[in-house]
Structures are given as structure tokens and as C-alpha cells.
Design a binder for this molecule. Structure first.
Ligand SMILES: Cc1cc2nc3c(=O)[nH]c(=O)nc-3n(C[C@H](O)[C@H](O)[C@H](O)COP(=O)(O)OP(=O)(O)OC[C@H]3O[C@@H](n4cnc5c(N)ncnc54)[C@H](O)[C@@H]3O)c2cc1C
Length: 517
């Protein structure tokens, strides 16, 4: 029944805990464990760490694979919690430096409305009031609510997640109040102007759902984190963040094996007993922390008779979120000549984000995308006199699963071409003339590289039924198994995914101390 017969001659070694996958979730878990003095083995199927957090070379350009801007870093005098974690690890300031994004974002709409929004609570509030003076009162109340949510988050963090619901209701009522609302429902309490709502909602692509569907708490938490701690980008791209984390992990005695695809999680007497790689190698362990998405972990890596049906229902209940479609472009001109005046420019064909989202469910040119111009914050990211731009939009991965191979490249080119035209119509009419290298990535590309179902880049959707308080938690379906990454806890994104790993590691440590495994 429970006994797995494995070939003992294939056992390589035994570790107290094994982490599968060196994506940001796995790295967060492995580094948290090593800080707590645990002996850890990290197994990664690729020959580099990072998962989505990676870079690649085309021509004379090394492209950032995913990261636009990182939240929760802050400055030396106002350090975010991610910065403090990296500091404890010895990643910053020794191994890694950040550059700060000077402005929040530029928003460009196809009717010519073009505005740059500053970072920082004061500057942001003043700008919104300057643009929408008739909404002054609502804007001020909205900002006061955002600050109250931040205080609530700080309270939850100070209690290590174990807070009293009664105290929360009394002292921080905004968190429970907005957790069950969509962003559109929340807006109704503060303002009427649709243009103002569109401008405040510009970051909706970072969550993957439009205001009519996105969980208000998730959105407000992200917004207030950017306003409080700013936005940063690692010098050396996200690859330098992940390699610095690995370096610190190894310096503290952690072991990582690349090119190690885990095929099975071994179970004995209903508990985790190790892992088996595709090449047959076996590592024994009483605990496994999986950064592989929970559906694959549960349905492909575990013996099915050990998984309770209730857990299967839980992982299949939420909707799978969107994947990405990106065009990575190297231009043989300076960004200053091309008219890119901000690091992050949102390009909108519509004010109604809910309608723009409908396009992600069709194989069409998007009506909302973001152009990240890295040279604006990091001049040396590409050779002198050149510019690195990444155009990113979202697409539901399911759409791409049944495309015939002979149609795939045409479709990919058509959508990429439409995205380039959007830039020409709004920012730089002669953009195409300067393109030296262009490479498009579709949901299939993201699936092939990461093996996340449907190429989902943020895991399951963050709607009201699947917000931070309701998402899949770290404990897996059998004792000794923990789940981390974008599909769990606070959802996708760099800082939240690293945090999910740290939370998963914490739950494992607590179970170990209490003798549960
Ligand atoms: C184009 C793009 C732009 C983005 N922009 C931003 C942004 O600006 N800001 C932001 O915060 N977030 C952004 N994100 C989202 C963010 O990158 C992801 O949410 C996050 O990286 C997910 O991390 P993860 O650890 O959950 O998963 P993954 O990155 O998928 O990591 C999983 C790891 O497990 C490994 N693995 C899988 N199966 C196995 C196996 N069987 N055995 C061993 N190893 C295995 C994989 O190789 C991988 O290394 C972006 C993502 C994309 C694609």
C-alpha cells in the first residue's frame, strides 16, 4: 500500500529537508532554512537558479526575462522586509546593489492622455488631486484607507501571522472590510471619475485581473507597498539576485544540484520519505518543500492513494491565472532619442481595464501592455548607444494549447507586431526602424521553461474567492510535504513568492519542533 520499493543502490544521500525547484519560492524557503541552521538540499531541473527570474542573450543584448520592478526593497533609511531578509543572508549590500526607480509609472492612453505619476505617498496624492481636483475629498479618504491597510499588514507581520481576529476587527477594520470586495466595489466608496479609476488601476497587470475581479486587499497591499518603499531593480538583472542568494546559501553550507529533475516524491507509511529524480537517483528525507506548482506536485509526483480527495478539490477549485506574452527588443538608438521618459510605461488602448482584460481571452493584439525601458534606470544594461525594451502583456495560457505548429509562429509574429504598432501609435512613431533584435515569448514559452500549468506566471487568480487570506497554504496533503511559490500564500510576484518560501520554511520548522514530522 504505502511502501515504495526503491533500489537502495540508487540512494545518493540523506538530508533532513529537500527543496524541489530553485525558483523564487524555493530559494526563499532554502535561504530561510539555512539562516535557521538547517541542513538543506536544493534540487533544480535547469542549470541556473531563478525559474522565471532569469535572463537570456540575443545578439549583443542580455535581456531581463521577467522583472520590471521589485517592491519591498526601500532605501537604506527605510528598508523593506525583503531588503532586511537579503541583509540577514549577506546578499546585500555585499553581493548585490539595487537601483531605485525614480518615478512610479507613466500612463499613456490612445486618446493622447499622457501622464507620469510620482512615487511616494505625498507626491502620488498631490498628483492625483492636481489631475482630478473635483475628486480631492475621495482621493484623500482613499489614501487614508491605504495607510490604514498598511498599519494592519504591519500588525499581522508583528504577530508572525498569528493575530487575534477580534483585535484585527477592532483596530484594523479595513483589512477584513476590503478582503471580500473587488477593486471596483471599493472604488465606489471613494470616487466616480472613470479616468481616475483607470489611472489608479494601472498596475492591475501585476496581479493579472481587472478591477471588476481583482481582490481589493491584494491590489491595495501592492499599491501601498510601492508607495511606502518605492520600486527597485537589481544591478545585474534578476539573475544577479538569484545567484547572490545561491552564493549565500552555499556559503552557509547549503547544497544545490542543478540538472536534477525530480520525478517522484517518495512516501512511506503515509509520510514523506524522499525524492526520486528522473535519472533514477534517490535522496532520502523526512520533509520536502516543493516549488513545483501544487497540481503537478500532487497529481504527478505523489502516489495518488496517499492524497486525500479534499486536497485535490482544494487545488483544483481556484481558476488558473494568466500567462504572459512578451516582446524582448534591442534597439540601436538611445532611449532618450526614442522618447522613453520613464522606466515603466503603461500603454492603454482603452480606459476600461475590464474590457482590456477580455482581450487576454482572445488571440488578438492586446489593449493594455507595459513597456519597460531598463536603460532609464540602468544605463549599462545594454551596449552604449542602445536600448533594451521589453513589452509585456497577459494572455490566458489555455488559448495557446491547441494551436497547430504551422500557425504558432504566424500568430506569435502577428501579436508581437501589433504590440510594436501600439508603441508607434503612442510613444515613438519610428520605433520599428531602430529594432536590431526582437524575440517574442508566448504562454507556451513560459510553460516550456517553467512547467507551470498553462504557463501561469502568478499561479491561481487572485479574485475575492482566492485572496491572500484564502489561498492555498504551505502544508501539503501528507505529513512532511510543504508547498511554496506563486500558487500559495500571497500569490505571484517576486517579493510575495520569496515570502511564500519563507512562510513554508517556517511552517516546516514549527512542525519539526512540535514533533509532527
Ligand atoms: C514576463 C514576466 C514578467 C514578470 N514581471 C514581474 C515583475 O515585474 N514583478 C514581479 O514581482 N513579478 C513579475 N513576474 C512574476 C514572477 O516572476 C513570478 O510570479 C515568480 O517568479 C514565480 O516564482 P515561483 O518560484 O513560484 O515559480 P517558478 O519561477 O516557476 O520556479 C519554479 C522552479 O522549479 C523548477 N522546477 C519545476 N519542476 C521541477 C522539477 N520536477 N524538478 C526540479 N525543479 C523543477 C523550475 O525550473 C523553476 O526553477 C513576471 C513574470 C513573467 C514571466
Amino acid at each position: 500500500m504505502d511502501v515504495i520499493n526503491y533500489d537502495e543502490s540508487r540512494v545518493i544521500s540523506t538530508f533532513p529537508v529537500i527543496v524541489i525547484g530553485a525558483g523564487l519560492g524555493g530559494l526563499g524557503a532554502a535561504c530561510q532554512l539555512i539562516l535557521r541552521g538547517e541542513k538543506v538540499l536544493l534540487l533544480e531541473k535547469h542549470n541556473v537558479p531563478g525559474g522565471f527570474a532569469t535572463s537570456f542573450v540575443r545578439g549583443r543584448f542580455e535581456f531581463e526575462g521577467a522583472l520590471h520592478e521589485l517592491s519591498d526593497i526601500g532605501t537604506e533609511h527605510n528598508r523593506g522586509s525583503l531588503y532586511r531578509f537579503l541583509e540577514r543572508l549577506g546578499v546585500v549590500p555585499e553581493k548585490l546593489k539595487f537601483t531605485q526607480v525614480p518615478e512610479f509609472y507613466r500612463s499613456v492612453f490612445s486618446d493622447g492622455f499622457d501622464v507620469t505619476i510620482p512615487l511616494g505617498l505625498e507626491g502620488y496624492t498631490e498628483k492625483m488631486i492636481e489631475l482630478f481636483p473635483s475628486e480631492k475629498q475621495g482621493i484623500e479618504k482613499f489614501i487614508a484607507m491605504c495607510k490604514a491597510v498598511l498599519e494592519g499588514i504591519k500588525y499581522i507581520a508583528s504577530k508572525g501571522g498569528k493575530f487575534s481576529p477580534a483585535e484585527m476587527l477592532k483596530e484594523h477594520p479595513w483589512i477584513p472590510r476590503i478582503s471580500g470586495l473587488t477593486l471596483s466595489e471599493l472604488y465606489k466608496k471613494f470616487f466616480k471619475d472613470e479616468k481616475l479609476k483607470a489611472l489608479i488601476s494601472q498596475l492591475w497587470g501585476y496581479i493579472g485581473l481587472p478591477p471588476d475581479r481583482t481582490n481589493a486587499y491584494t491590489y491595495i497591499a501592492m499599491l501601498i507597498f510601492y508607495l511606502e518603499w518605492g520600486a527597485a531593480y537589481p544591478i545585474g538583472r534578476s539573475h544577479s539576485l538569484t545567484t547572490a542568494m545561491i552564493e549565500s546559501f552555499e556559503e552557509r553550507g547549503g547544497e544545490i544540484r542543478y540538472n536534477s529533475l525530480v520525478d517522484q516524491i517518495l512516501v512511506k507509511d503515509g509520510k514523506v520519505s524522499g525524492v526520486k529524480l528522473l535519472n533514477g537517483d534517490i535522496y532520502l528525507s523526512k520533509a520536502v518543500i516543493s516549488n513545483v506548482n501544487p497540481i503537478c506536485t500532487t497529481m504527478k509526483m505523489l502516489p495518488q492513494e496517499d492524497v486525500p480527495d479534499s486536497y485535490k478539490k482544494k487545488i483544483f477549485a481556484p481558476e488558473i491565472g494568466p500567462s504572459g506574452f512578451s516582446v524582448y527588443i534591442g534597439l540601436n538608438a538611445s532611449y532618450k532619442e526614442l522618447g522613453f521618459t520613464a522606466h515603466e510605461t503603461f500603454i492603454n488602448d482603452l480606459y476600461d481595464a475590464n474590457k482590456a482584460f477580455e482581450n487576454f481571452t482572445k488571440l488578438e493584439t492586446p489593449k493594455y501592455m507595459v513597456a519597460a525601458c531598463y536603460n532609464h534606470i540602468y544605463e549599462e544594461i545594454s551596449p552604449p548607444g542602445t536600448t533594451q525594451i521589453v513589452l509585456t502583456t497577459l494572455q490566458m495560457g489555455k488559448l495557446w494549447q491547441n494551436i497547430a505548429p504551422d500557425q504558432y509562429f504566424n500568430l506569435k509574429d502577428k501579436i508581437a507586431d501589433g504590440m510594436v504598432s501600439l508603441v508607434e501609435n503612442t510613444i515613438c512613431p519610428e520605433f520599428r526602424d531602430y529594432i536590431e533584435v526582437a524575440e517574442a515569448a508566448t504562454p507556451l514559452t513560459y510553460y516550456r521553461y517553467s512547467k507551470n500549468l498553462e504557463g501561469a506566471i502568478y499561479g491561481t487568480t487572485q479574485d475575492v474567492t482566492n485572496g491572500p487570506l484564502l489561498r492555498l497554504k504551505s502544508r501539503g496533503p501528507i505529513p512532511g510535504l510543504y508547498q511554496v511559490g506563486a500558487w500559495t500564500n500571497f500569490g505571484g510576484g517576486f517579493s510575495t513568492t520569496i515570502l511564500s518560501g519563507r512562510i513554508g520554511a517556517g511552517v516546516y520548522l514549527s512542525d519539526k519542533i512540535k514533533g509532527r514530522i
